[in-house]
Design a protein around this ligand. Sequence first.
Ligand SMILES: Nc1nc2c(ncn2[C@@H]2O[C@H](COP(=O)(O)OP(=O)(O)OP(=O)(O)O)[C@@H](O)[C@H]2O)c(=O)[nH]1
Length: 429
Amino acid sequence: MTSRDTIMALSSGAPPSGVAVIRLSGPQAREALSFMAGEVPPPRTLALRSIGAGTRLDQGLVAFFPRPASFTGEDCVELHVHGSPAGVKAILRQLSEFGLRLAQPGEFTRRAFENGKLDLVSVEGLGDLLSAETESQRQQALARYDGRFTAMIDNWRDELLDLRAELEARLDFSDEGDVEESLPGAFQDQLAGLVNSLTTALLSLSSGRIVREGIRVAIAGAPNAGKSSLINALSQSDVAIVSPEAGTTRDVREVPLDIAGQLYLLLDLAGLRDADSLAEAEGVRRARRAIADADIVLWLVAPDVESTEPEPFASNVIVVHTKSDLAHPVGATSVSSVTGEGIGELIALLQQRGSTLTGAEPSVISHERDRQALTEALDAVVSAGKRIEQWELAAEDLRLASASLERLIGRLDPERVLDRLFSSFCIGK
Ligand SMILES: Nc1nc2c(ncn2[C@@H]2O[C@H](COP(=O)(O)OP(=O)(O)OP(=O)(O)O)[C@@H](O)[C@H]2O)c(=O)[nH]1
């Protein structure tokens, strides 16, 4: 496979559908278009054409996007045809006879990256955008795809270059005796500013990550405290098993919920109790770990069930009194999964707690790669600050910091991430 091949794919959803979009990219794209649809319309203009070489297979809209101003940076073509399974198949067959091959998953985007149209963090933003399910995920992914993170990284890289230039000038001219011995205060200030800015970015990682991955809400308490019933009531569907027999929820199940545009993952945990069997003990162990890792813990207390453990005290724990239809506790958060009482209030409470975790605007810094690169860059800049009078070593630290950022945008060693990243894309993207 070389990028000289011209590739094709159905880029819209699977037929049958109202419209199907077939996308082509590569040196033969223009010729393939005139083979299939006759006269090539002016660039970036939709034109109605009869589609099919020799025989008319369909009628649709076609567009030509000449390189380099196209998504991939190569000549691109779009055929908007009827979303018929047989029609799409026939068109792809003719294109294949013409010499085009089917694209691999993510191959269009990979070409865009290789041709410098997108950097790696934007590619990740696009991947996130395609899989975004909630409003906050969409906003976060779009901001990353649009280059908001790239602009931050470019700023840091510019600052690192300035600082290195200052040090390297001293190294070059140190023999000539006409440079000042110590570095100007402005240099120190700029270095401190950079440390601040990278630290702030790293701090926003946890909020960025929970927007992307979801706020983990552990639903915990004694067996039969009403955990599964509460999850059902919260999600208004029969997603969790409800059973009168104690100890039925053994594994950690995740129930996704969209509350006001933010993804929450309700973790339906095994009831905490002294386990009778190995399987139960494993369930309890996993439940404890999930509680420790959760962003919010709903600790359920029921009037008809004896709590085997004391309520945990932590700022992320909300004690919820369940089965309020049986007995009504005073002045506490209480719910009934049977009557629905208190469920709306609990959702509002989750939304309020969630918004303090995510902040007002979703952070674009949200991937494990971001954490690694920013931590490396920060460590290197801090190290440069510590040995600032050893110009050569400090310059090397700053070079390492730049290299971490260049790896993040894919300017350095992109191979390590490319295959993994693009294999998660769909065909036609
Ligand atoms: N009256 C009343 N009964 C409830 C309520 N919520 C749950 N129950 C009952 O309490 C029992 C246990 O409920 P579950 O939701 O299975 O409890 P759990 O905590 O998930 O239990 P395990 O998975 O065994 O740990 C069932 O018989 C439910 O019908 C409620 O709000 N009111």
